[in-house]
Design a protein around this ligand. Structure first.
Ligand code: MV4
Length: 613
């Protein structure tokens, strides 16, 4: 076993890895950027090293700085977490080649061949894993696309060889779009992955997203740990993940699991990984997928994933500890038949975003109250505590709530209970959105697909949920400095007198004279000012708007020019961040007066992208 592991990441996943190390009696080293000096992951590790300025490219993504920190700390292994350098094959190679340091992950060779999508498709097809009908070699000519469409029909997906996650896919709906989409896919591939090579797949219109967790050792053993259903996504961002999938029969589950196992075995894969599949929508009357439904390999994620916890809860296995033990050369000590799926789990990403404002991420704030839920079946993975300032330089996820129940129904009830119990003041989160989903017919039935959030859910319901269950705009951040007015009342209910103490925060004191009546909301959720939503923020957009970057990333394309008229909801810029393509939209309309950025430029969260008048 290792002596000391450096965790090349931040936030909740860094804490997750530190916890696994502690249980293995392995020392821990954190790295942090200037923005993260006071962050939770630094508090949890035995020692911590600064690796550079806030900008990720200059700190968490700096190969040399991270390896240098491992040297200084005398660490003998590096765990990359997810995001940042986790799927960077050349970083993995640099670590493999560093004397005395082990890479906790798949070999750089396996990462490289699975990262190249046509190669991955070839490996899978040879291992008898179904791939989406398409090409396993790059295409360069428009005729190759029209020929393919003649055989398989439209739509056709053009995908970048180096793509993955939400990046590098163009959909061709008709022959007239072939040339433009091919051009666009190649341009994107070049911009993102230094690789303009693209290939084709038949585009599945309404698939479910099923992914299989696998873990493999260096002695030829590969196990699958069942699947997760990640169909609930917003612009390629997962928001709720669950396992097992509510749509799979045991028969189809077994087929997909075994396909995943065959596929990674053929790729000489080791450590933890996830094999993603698309399953063609074909539900029977019980909302279950036909056991003969078509499923297709999509890609392998060569890292631990955000949602690995779902699998941990239903299998009882600690996947991060398994990663570390496998990397240290240990053999997996359980057989495939020993893996039992018990009950149901869901994971809710607690993002500091306002769901009612198109999931706009918070640009700052302080956790004046942080009191997460507990009790049976409730797990919280986070890296913050009350009083912390929000770090907004990276992504907006501040915590994950993972809930286990004996079955899906209990899991949903318990999740609602936990989300009601979760108290956060000072920043807006998507907790109200999660509560909406747990009472949404389609989600509760389990018949939602990857299109549901982006194309079917009525947005006004999200606004309503945020009004009902979220903090009033501005009230929470102001709460800190506000005077607390305490009053005592005597009330009489059904002939019995009660002495009542009231604490008023941030609202005018209740008049106590004639006409004052004791109306009010009940239940644990009401907050003083929450019943009257503040319209000031919504109105402020009226006379101009600065469209700002939602997160740190790279400008992929600018969709407007100075002088253009823009309507609310129009895409103005496409920003690539955390491996995803994000359409940045104008929330108010106006005329473009300034574009202070250029394509290919790297921007920080909060930077102005486009000014509208
Ligand atoms: C697809 C697809 C339909 N047909 N490929 C989106 C991210 C990228 N890595 C793969 N993606 C898709 N590939 C074919 N041939 C639909 C998607 C897709 C999707 C996939 C998984 C989860 C959510 C999604 C949302 C939109 C599109």
């Amino acid at each position: 076993m290792f002596r000391k592991v450096l965790v090349a990441n931040r936030g909740e996943i860094a804490v997750r890895v530190v916890r696994a190390c502690e249980e293995l009696n392995v020392g821990t080293v954190a790295v942090y950027s200037d923005a993260d000096k006071n962050s939770g992951h630094v508090r949890h590790a035995d020692e911590a090293y600064n690796v550079g300025p806030a900008r990720a490219a200059d700190s968490y993504l700096d190969h040399d700085a991270v390896i240098e920190a491992a040297r200084k700390a005398d660490a003998d292994a590096i765990h990359p977490g997810y995001g940042f350098l986790a799927e960077n094959a050349s970083f993995a190679r640099n670590v493999e080649e560093a004397e005395g340091i082990t890479w906790i992950g798949p070999s750089s060779d396996a990462m490289e061949s699975l990262g190249e999508k046509t190669k991955a498709r070839k490996i899978m097809a040879e291992a008898d894993v179904p791939i989406v009908p398409g090409t396993t070699d790059p295409v360069t000519e428009p005729e190759e696309i029209t020929d393919f469409a003649d055989e398989h029909g439209y739509p056709v997906a053009i995908k970048a060889e180096g793509g993955g996650g939400g990046r590098g896919m163009k959909v061709v709906e008709a022959e007239s779009e072939v040339e433009a989409q091919l051009e666009s896919a190649r341009r994107e591939g070049e911009a993102y992955f230094d690789n303009d090579s693209v290939y084709l797949e038949r585009y599945l219109e309404n698939p479910r997203h099923i992914e299989v967790q696998i873990v493999a050792d260096e002695h030829g053993n590969v196990r699958h740990l069942g699947e997760r259903d990640c169909s609930l996504q917003r612009r390629h961002q997962k928001v709720i993940e669950e396992g097992p999938s509510p749509a799979l029969t045991d028969e189809l589950r077994e087929k997909i699991g075994e396909a995943a196992r065959r596929g990674v075995a053929a790729a000489d894969y080791t450590n933890a990984g996830t094999v993603e599949f698309l399953v063609e929508e074909d539900l029977d009357r019980d909302g279950l997928l036909d056991p003969d439904a078509n499923f297709y390999f999509l890609e392998v994620n060569t890292r631990i994933q955000v949602e690995h916890c779902v699998t941990e809860e239903i299998t009882g296995l600690d996947i991060v500890k398994r990663q570390i033990r496998v990397a240290a050369g240990e053999e997996l000590d359980f057989a495939q038949d020993d893996v039992e799926i018990d009950g149901h789990a869901m994971e809710f990403r607690i993002n500091a975003e306002n769901a009612a404002k198109d999931f706009q991420p918070a640009t700052g704030g302080k956790l004046t109250t942080y009191d997460p839920p507990g009790g049976l079946g409730v797990r919280l993975d986070d890296a913050l505590r009350q009083g912390d300032e929000l770090v907004t330089d990276y992504d907006s996820m501040i915590a994950k709530l993972i809930v286990w129940g004996e079955d899906r129904e209990e899991c949903i009830e318990r999740s609602l209970r936990a989300l009601r119990e979760y108290e956060i003041e000072g920043i807006t989160t998507i907790i109200p959105f999660h509560r909406l989903m747990l009472s949404d017919e389609r989600f509760v039935e389990g018949t939602h697909t990857t299109k549901y959030l982006d194309e079917e859910l009525d947005r006004s319901r999200i606004e309503q949920a945020q009004d009902q269950w979220g903090p009033a705009d501005g009230a929470a951040t102001a709460a800190d400095d506000e005077e607390v007015v305490e009053r005592e009342f005597t009330v009489e209910v059904n002939g019995k007198r009660f002495e009542v103490e009231l604490e008023e925060r941030g609202a005018p004191a209740i008049p106590t004279g004639q006409g004052a009546s004791a109306s009010g909301s009940s239940g644990p959720q009401h907050r003083s000012a929450a019943d009257e939503p503040d319209d000031a923020a919504a109105a402020a957009a009226g006379d101009g708007e600065s469209v700002t970057a939602e997160m740190q990333g790279t400008i992929l394309s600018i969709e407007v020019a100075e002088g253009d008229e823009v309507s609310p909801g129009d895409v103005v810029v496409v920003l690539e961040a955390m491996k995803m393509e994000n359409d940045i939209v104008a929330s108010a309309g106006g005329t473009v007066s300034e574009i202070p950025i250029s394509e290919g430029e790297s921007v920080d969260m909060g930077d102005t992208l486009v000014v509208l008048e």
